[in-house]
Write a new protein. Sequence first.
Length: 355
Amino acid sequence: MKALVLSGGSGTRLRPFSYSMPKQLIPVANKPVLEHVLENIRDLGITDIGVIVGDRGEQIAEVIGDGARLGARITYIAQEEPLGLAHCVALARPFLGDDDFVMYLGDNILPDGVGDVAGRFTAHRPDAQVIVHKVPDPRAFGVAELDTGGRVVRLVEKPQDPQSDLALIGVYFFTPAIHEAVAAIEPSPRGELEITDAIQWLVTQGREVRASEYSGYWKDTGRAEDVLECNRRILAGLKPGIAGHVDAHSTLVGTVVLEAGARVVRSAIEGPVIIGAGSVVEDSRIGPGTSVGRDCVLRRSRVADSIILDRAEITGIPSLEGSLIGRGAQVGACTLEPSHHRLVVGDDTRIEVAA
């Protein structure tokens, strides 16, 4: 079996971060979202992975590489325009050949993995097997309607009057039958080849399409809030490890990962927390749910429930929570009157200050 990972999206909901980096490279627990996806696939025993990339393909390849360090072999496949998920399958046909494959959206976090579903697919080999998850508002998703035996009888994209609360969550298992379906469908009104239309074509033709309900944790990391929630979830599963230096005046409580070259000086850290290689935490308090990237500096500050990307500096901030701080950003105390705020922000930035 092979894998096809889709990593060409523009990430408009994650601006301004997605202006300078692909959304799939935003770190969760100091590891790109895409790397979490690739590790999940590798854990299925799949090592031949195609990755669909858009105009940020070089950035993705620079970070992920050829897959060797992950125990896999990665083939990058360029998609010049975002013409739909089924279009990605058509582009990848030379790579996929006549093999079964799993298709996985590159911005989805499923830390519990999909091993059980993969096992059922391999054992029974329906033409397609989709993974669904109960959601409170199905109108925002592709929705699967099932019969009592778990077969898909209809797929509806973003229904206004949903007959089911089972949403497609972006992981699909296919036999080569999907290629016939992709070749048979037409672009949707928005000009894209929709994978839901291809799967519905299989259903209409009487092919076997089954659904597996996923009960584990799942999140589409499309917004800053989702990334922070995923960060908390992944940090909670880390094992502690201290490879850096902690001085005698500092305290560490709970699960803390301190990477090589990181230093904690006169500070208190309450896990789960990860602090990247080469970072310095001095005279500060770091609270639960926080990831600090590489070569960051945090001085005289209190930070919790946040993601600090590489090379950022935070100085003299009494309380920072629920924040996502970009690479090389500088956040410092204002030297103006206490009632003033001074902001230097880019396009589509969102700022919340104490009233």
